[in-house]
Design a protein around this ligand. Structure first.
Ligand code: ATP
Length: 142
């Protein structure tokens, strides 16, 4: 099929994904961005959140946390610090991480590493949302 774009996602541990897709939406540090075939080249740092791509009309979700994206007219390369496909996300682990972060954030700000606790909270919430979105899209089982 014409007008596809190559999406590659790697982390320090593994090559997570390499697919020809119709569209990629990702969480950049300056906001969400979307990429179709023939996009102007750019580089951006990644935030914490869900990346999604469309393939054969279906929408797939991947959790990403930190790293960089390079976009060229034919390719999106994601070098993520951490990434999981929606169906790899453990809901139980994310719920526990969220509870731990909530408990930490209830303590006095001076007594904890506030930024670290907020980031842990954001990772847990985005993992849960990523899974929910994938289940709603029908590309991940409950
Ligand atoms: P936790 O406190 O549960 O370790 P975390 O947000 O601190 O969560 P990260 O530092 O983002 O974890 O990730 C460490 C490793 O654990 C990565 O390889 C990541 O893919 C994996 N990981 C973390 N949470 C989950 C989860 N809920 N489901 C699947 N893999 C996870």
């Amino acid at each position: 099929m014409a007008n596809l774009i190559r999406l590659e996602i790697v982390t320090p541990d593994r090559n997570l994904l390499s697919e020809d897709v119709e569209y990629v939406g990702a969480p950049g540090v300056s906001g969400e961005f979307g990429v179709l075939h023939n996009h102007t080249p750019f580089l951006t740092a990644l935030s914490i959140g869900s990346l999604f791509y469309k393939k054969e009309g279906r929408k797939y979700f991947v959790f990403v946390s930190g790293g960089f994206t390079e976009v060229t007219p034919t390719k999106v390369s994601i070098l993520a610090e951490v990434a999981e496909k929606a169906d790899e996300i453990s809901i139980e682990r994310a719920r526990k991480a969220k509870e731990r972060a909530e408990q930490r954030l209830q303590q006095e700000k001076e007594q904890i590493d506030y930024a670290r606790a907020k980031a842990a909270m954001a990772r847990a919430m985005h993992r849960l949302r990523c899974r929910d979105d994938a289940v709603s899209a029908g590309t991940c089982s409950m």
